[in-house]
Design a binder for this molecule. Structure first.
Ligand SMILES: Nc1ncnc2c1ncn2[C@@H]1O[C@H](COP(=O)(O)OP(=O)(O)OP(=O)(O)O)[C@@H](O)[C@H]1O
Length: 735
């Protein structure tokens, strides 16, 4: 009998250990029932043992009381308050991540490329992006994995249309939930991740977002309780596409910001730059939240562009190396417009579907029309089998309908629409052919729209353009067609948005200017007054926006009119060619060129100088700690009519100092001397950068900070175009 009792006791202990030391077993409700049965069995056995054992040594075993106690305990566990925060937390910790991970895995693993139905494995094609801390302005590029190293709770990642913001955060989500490979190190401090898209119009409060993530837990414990528990563990909230915010998503965003003041919560927000100043910064300021701002870097180097393309090449079934070879064959001017992922994706698609277009691109402006032509061709190909007349006209009509719809949705700040709304669009896109036949609207719509499956697996689908930038392109094309078609309507009524909401059409307006300048400059001139007003209202007043637009479409120089009078910053090589174009339409108060000397040498710097007659120029040539003389870049300034008001760079020849003497009379100069030169004729104020040659040499030249040269000026040996001393040359010219 004792043996029996011991065995029962041993079995209970064994089961207890197995269950408590194994998470899966712990979550298995059957184990709870089995263990309960075993415990009652043990009490029975003990009762029999003690009551049948005789003798003064045998203690009394209160079997009835023990059973009652066990019953009470079990009842307590079963009736445990569902809102008990610790219970919710432990449930979240035990099963939350796995449940949400499965849901995201289904939704995000594959991405459908823009045209056709090509699918790519998102993590395989993901190109690790670099970001830059925006404020305080820094020049340091960081891997995106470093963004959480900042002490601020809120991290904002800004990037222009198609810069890769959504792709970046979707990959962060996948990496977080990647159960096979384990959580990426940079995310290891987070226990849970909640992802919210601002374009969502169906969700009214944060608890609904939580309900979508943790369906089962919420129905068991209540969504408010799960939210409360979530806020107490290390959680990362990702808010994507703040620029697409609407009234309901705004409430959710504010709720997230208000509730995540705790140290264990981090919030990552992505946005296009224009919404940052207008909406996000004021909102965060109102909530007294400080944040770190990062900007996604463009692809500026050919090797980065090629590395990006290679990842997609494999998925587009192009013979390996052809896509990249074709890209390399483009002129630098054309390559320079593919600085965002979306443009490189467009290149892949055009290369795949339309290879003959690519060889016809001579300038950057030739690329944009190819995109629409590509759509035209794809739709025509689809329709060609069933229709043999008026295909061009038919596609134009359909583009007009789709474009009008795209514009209408943008006006209402809508990016996704429901199945019911899609039906209404379909009806409007119903086109009758001459001869009475009807064309299925779905042919066009399926080409330009994609299905967007919401988070909740049971929710109905929503639809959207393949990318917001495409919606903007179709809307822009529609406006251009109306203008060229001779519409007498004022631009404002074509656009149909009040002044304060014009920012919604910002990209559309830039598209319109570029397309009109290319296809019908006459109409651009006619409509420029109205367009200029609309662009101002849309916030296109920044030199950077204007330069970017003109870099893509050199005919759109009229935009210079918008930024005339301001200081123009030229910090990228491709903008050097833009300045002479803009100068035909507007005069800035100053042009500030701050650029790598090597990059400037590759650009039409001489043309910029020639066009900038009478303009003040500030020239900073980087790197500032190098001993490579920049005299060749100074020489074009001689007799150019340009006034150099500030110069930072390295001088190594008499010709360089002579140029400075001539064009920079009252300038501020930060000079590095690569040779001992006579500066006695130099006016203005100056400071030597680092260990300039004369300061190191025997020449008794004393660096003077922001002050006129001391008089009398000590004579220096006059050296013509002095080569670097051997000691410096040995070290690559640097010290
Ligand atoms: N890092 C990346 N690696 C691979 N492909 C990328 C990457 N970033 C973006 N892409 C591709 O470029 C397309 C556009 O990127 P994405 O939608 O992320 O841009 P976005 O900045 O969110 O644009 P928008 O502001 O218009 O919403 C994606 O659909 C994807 O195909």
């Amino acid at each position: 009998m004792l043996k029996d009792l011991n065995k029962n006791l041993h079995d209970v202990k064994k089961m207890r250990n197995t269950v408590l030391h194994n998470m899966d077993q712990l979550l298995n409700e059957k184990n709870f029932t089995d263990l309960t049965t075993m415990l009652f069995g043990l009490i029975e056995k003990a009762d029999i043992f003690y009551s049948s054992s005789l003798g003064p040594q045998v203690p009394y075993f209160p079997a009835v009381d023990t059973k009652q106690k066990l019953n009470d305990e079990l009842e307590k566990v079963e009736n445990l308050d569902k809102s008990d925060i610790h219970r919710c937390i432990s449930r979240l910790l035990l099963s939350g991540k796995e449940a949400v991970g499965m849901l995201w895995g289904i939704k995000l693993d594959y991405e459908v490329l823009l045209l056709g139905n090509d699918k790519a494995n998102r993590q395989k094609v993901f190109h690790p992006l670099d970001v830059m801390v925006k404020e305080p302005a820094s020049e340091e590029f960081l891997s995106y994995t470093k963004i959480f190293e900042t002490p601020e709770n809120v991290v904002v990642v800004a990037g222009v249309a198609g810069a890769g913001k959504t792709t970046l955060v979707k990959n962060i989500v996948l990496q977080f939930f990647d159960l096979q490979q384990g959580t990426a190190d940079y995310l290891s401090s987070f226990n849970q991740l909640v992802f919210f898209e601002c374009r969502d119009r169906s969700i009214k409060e944060l608890s609904d977002v939580i309900d979508n993530h943790y369906k089962d837990l919420c129905s068991e414990l209540g969504k408010e309780n799960v939210l409360e528990a979530l806020l107490r563990i290390d959680v990362l909230f990702i808010i994507d596409g703040f620029d697409e915010i609407n009234d309901s998503s705004k409430k959710v965003v504010i709720e997230i910001i208000e509730k995540t003041w705790r140290r264990n919560c981090r919030v990552l927000i992505t946005t296009r730059p224009h919404a940052l100043e207008e909406k996000l910064e004021p909102l965060l300021k109102r909530e007294d939240v400080s944040f770190t701002l990062y900007e996604i870097m463009q692809f500026k180097k050919l090797e980065d562009q090629l590395a990006f393309l290679r990842r997609y090449e494999a998925f587009l079934c192009a013979p390996i190396g052809e896509m990249t070879k074709s890209f390399e064959s483009l002129s630098e001017d054309v390559r320079n417009i593919f600085t965002e992922p979306i443009n490189l994706i467009h290149f892949c698609e055009m290369r795949k579907h339309f290879p003959e277009e690519i060889s016809s691109w001579k300038t950057s402006g030739d690329v944009a029309p190819s995109k629409l032509r590509l759509y035209r061709k794809l739709i025509q190909n689809k329709l060609a089998a069933s229709i043999d007349t008026d295909l061009g006209v038919l596609v134009d009509d359909m583009f007009a309908l789709v474009g009008a719809e795209a514009l209408q949705l943008l006006r209402e700040n809508v990016v996704t629409f429901s199945e019911a709304e899609l039906l209404a669009i379909k009806q409007r896109c119903h086109v009758e052919l001459k001869g009475g036949g009807e064309v299925d609207h779905a042919v066009v719509l399926s080409e330009v729209l994609k299905e967007h499956k919401p988070f909740g697996l049971n929710s109905s689908s929503r639809y959207e353009f393949k990318h917001k930038s495409e919606q903007e392109m179709f809307a822009g094309h529609y406006i251009v067609q109306r203008i060229i078609g001779g519409s007498a309507d004022p631009l404002n009524s074509i656009l149909g948005v009040p002044t304060e909401e014009m920012t919604r059409l910002r990209e559309v307006l830039l598209y319109v200017v570029a397309a009109l300048s290319r296809d019908s400059p006459r109409h651009l001139t006619q409509r420029w007054g109205e367009l200029k007003e609309a662009l101002r209202e849309a916030g296109v007043t920044g030199v950077r926006d204007v330069m970017d637009c003109v870099a893509r479409c050199p005919d759109a120089g009229i935009l210079g009119d918008l930024v005339g009078g301001e200081r123009w910053n030229v910090v990228e090589g491709r903008n050097v060619a833009v300045v002479p174009i803009l100068l035909r339409h507007g005069r800035p108060s100053r042009v500030m060129v701050d650029i790598e000397a090597a990059a400037l040498r590759r650009e039409p710097w001489r043309a910029l100088v020639a066009a900038a007659w009478g303009v003040e120029v500030r020239l900073t040539l980087r790197p500032l700690d190098d001993y490579e003389p920049h005299d060749d870049l100074l020489l074009p300034l001689l007799n150019s009519g340009v006034r150099l008001v500030e110069f930072s760079g390295c001088v190594g020849t008499c010709a360089g100092t002579a140029t400075l003497t001539s064009v920079a009379r009252d300038a501020v100069l930060y000079i590095r001397m690569a040779a001992p030169l006579d500066l006695s004729a130099l006016g203005g104020t100056y400071e030597f950068l680092g260990e300039s040659f004369p300061a190191r040499g025997a020449a008794p030249l004393v660096p003077c900070v922001h002050a006129p040269p001391p008089a009398p000026w000590p004579p220096l040996p006059h050296v013509a175009a002095a080569p670097l001393p051997p000691a410096m040359a040995d070290r690559g010219g640097g010290r």
